[in-house]
Design a protein around this ligand. Structure first.
Ligand code: DO4
Ligand code: MG
Length: 275
């Protein structure tokens, strides 16, 4: 069962039909610990074949978005390489192996771009990549309400110059896209769940990459438990779980690129790089 936020209200999806879910706001839904039952119960109303004609909105409202880093071996190796001149090479190896994960603030709801919106690359960066990440929607109690897709846009030259520049490499207008829906599941997703990214430039494929959740080093519940240590999230929170796909070093995004990220059972998040 999936839950969508649109310009015409909130909709559940299951078995190829959609139904309206009554709520005064998105935050009201994300603050409901019984969200799954509530969406299922709403199914008795009139059903729709599609959400055609509606604009999909990002599933983030008042929630903060946080991100985990270096949770896949590929991310560890790419960061070690990009920061070796700055003497930061070994930090990433340490954080990959450490008990405590790397967690950083990524975006407030206002900064999040929804499906088909424009993400941005920084004008003062020359090496920019998307990071396709399984993203958790978490209730204020710490319970996982569901899963969605996130794009942690990153400026590799800035984070590589000095790891202390990470917030500038990661947090800027248009640096975070999330959507298209929430997959309402509280348990673990299967390890063979595939994450895929396609980047199109001028109508042709410029990059394709894929991984699976089997490569994610830490259980998602461990990431959530660290996030909720000494931090409260009254409206709930989103947590991006890190990237396992980093394009080869010669690749950088340019204006006009289309970024298409899919995760099995969740759907597809598509965005364009602003011109
Ligand atoms: O430590 C740098 C950022 C790591 C990150 O965003 C990732 O691994 O996805
Ligand atoms: Mg990332």
């Amino acid at each position: 069962m999936r839950l969508y936020r649109t310009d015409k209200g909130f909709f559940g999806e299951g078995l190829n039909c959609f139904w309206h879910v009554e709520a005064t706001s998105w935050d009201e839904l994300l603050c409901d610990a019984n969200l799954h039952d509530r969406v299922r119960a709403a199914q008795h109303g009139e059903s729709l074949k599609s959400l055609g004609g509606m604009a999909l909105l990002s599933p983030v409202s008042a929630q903060e978005v946080w991100a985990a880093g270096v949770t896949y071996f590929r991310s560890r190796s790419a960061r070690m390489e990009e920061s070796k001149e700055a003497g930061g090479g070994s930090f990433y190896d340490h954080v990959y192996a450490a008990e405590r994960p790397e967690l950083f603030f990524k975006a407030s709801g206002r900064r999040v771009v929804g499906p088909f919106g424009e993400v941005r690359i920084r004008k003062d960066a020359c090496w920019s990549v998307p990071e396709p990440e399984l993203t958790l929607a978490i209730h204020s109690s710490g319970k996982i309400l569901g899963y969605t897709i996130g794009n942690d846009m990153s400026s590799r030259d800035i984070e590589g110059e000095n790891p202390l520049y990470l917030p500038q490499a990661k947090v800027y207008d248009g640096s975070c896209a999330i959507g298209p829906c929430l997959l309402l599941e509280s348990g673990d997703l299967p390890k063979d769940t595939a994450i895929r990214i396609q980047i199109e430039r001028g109508g042709a494929s410029a990059y394709f990459g894929q991984t699976t959740l089997a490569e994610l080093k830490r259980p998602v519940t461990e990431l959530v438990s660290y996030l909720f240590r000494e931090n409260s999230f009254p409206e709930g929170a989103f947590l991006m779980t890190g990237t396992g796909i980093v394009p080869h070093d010669a690749f950088t995004l340019i204006a006009g690129d289309r970024i298409i990220i899919s995760i099995d059972n969740i759907g597809t998040l598509e965005n364009q790089v602003a011109t």
